[in-house]
Design a protein around this ligand. Sequence first.
Ligand code: GLA
Length: 389
Amino acid sequence: MQKIISGCILVTAFILTACNNVSKKKSSDIAIVSEQEIENAPSPKNFESTIDNKPTALYILKNGNMQVMVTNYGARIVSIIVPDKNGKPTDVAVGYAAIKPYTEGADTYFGAIVGRYGNRIAKGKFNLDGKTYSLATNDGPNHLHGGKKGFSRQVWDANQTSDSSITLTYISGDGEEGYPGTLTSKVTYTVNNNDRLKIEYAATTTSPTILNLTNHTYFNLNGEGSGTVNNHLFMINATTFTPIDSTFIPIGKLEAVKGTPFDFTTSKSLSATVNDTANRQIKNGKGYDHNFVLNTKGNIHQIAAEVSGDQSGIVMDVYTTQPGLQFYGGNFMDGSHNLKYGKKDDYRTAFCMETQHYPDSPNEPGFPSTVLKPGETFSSETIYAFSAK
Ligand code: GLA
């Protein structure tokens, strides 16, 4: 608790300093912090609650210029503050200022760890060792992000091991949301002094099961709530992707990106192609909402994706051991939620880069396996590395 309080003082000081800097600038400058915004900024007090008989809280990780806020409700990232090209602290993650909105209405998955199976499973059905399992169909005819509560609306046990690292644990019971096996998942967030956020995942099970764990942070590299992300520049190191049907389920084959709106092998903005509904895949995805097959093939030392904010100069490099990346362009954002600095979650004002296995893998024998057996430990790692230019 002491850590949280001293962390809070640090954050407040940080935000106040940012405010002083901002107030001297012209209104054309991108400003993420204003007087009113200070009132709205997340504070540990606003995250203190009891949900499902477990305590929720806000944890602050800090190292060098980077600061990340995490809550144990859904193991969510609430905020990521990094310097922009002028050194101004900028919050590039979408989130709420308090715990309550995270618990209300349909889940937007802001910042959450999604599981047991992140992304979709066709018709909520899969076969494992000769038995058919039925899951909630909470996304049209399909299962999405683990079901009704998934992992994003569970209270995780938190253990902040240092000023810059926290491990969250969630034990999902045998049969929870229809999945077999008691699954113990651990997620560790670590911030280093080079503006890198590392996410480590580990999981074990008591009986064979399937899993696909990812983090669902929505980013706006110009700062939360600062308009469209369509003018950010995107590079994705993938020469193929998994085309989808009109319910977002992969049709099973891989398609080459070359000559299509899905070619991000060299950096480009979304503006020219995101509304190109003559392209069947853009139409089916309502924009970009597709899994890219990473050329990195699990090599975390090779870059998987790079995005830069057109106004802030903030660059985010993605590295991962996972085989795929769901690139989601905020097509379901509708301005109905109030974000932490008083802005709305308007249409396409954030994007997600969810490192993961391909959607519907349990029903696609040709896709890398998502089965976990007792005695095995699933582990994966993703790094979001920030810089500014
Ligand atoms: C994922 C999905 C999207 C959408 C968002 C949450 O990224 O792929 O279709 O459901 O989650 O709104």
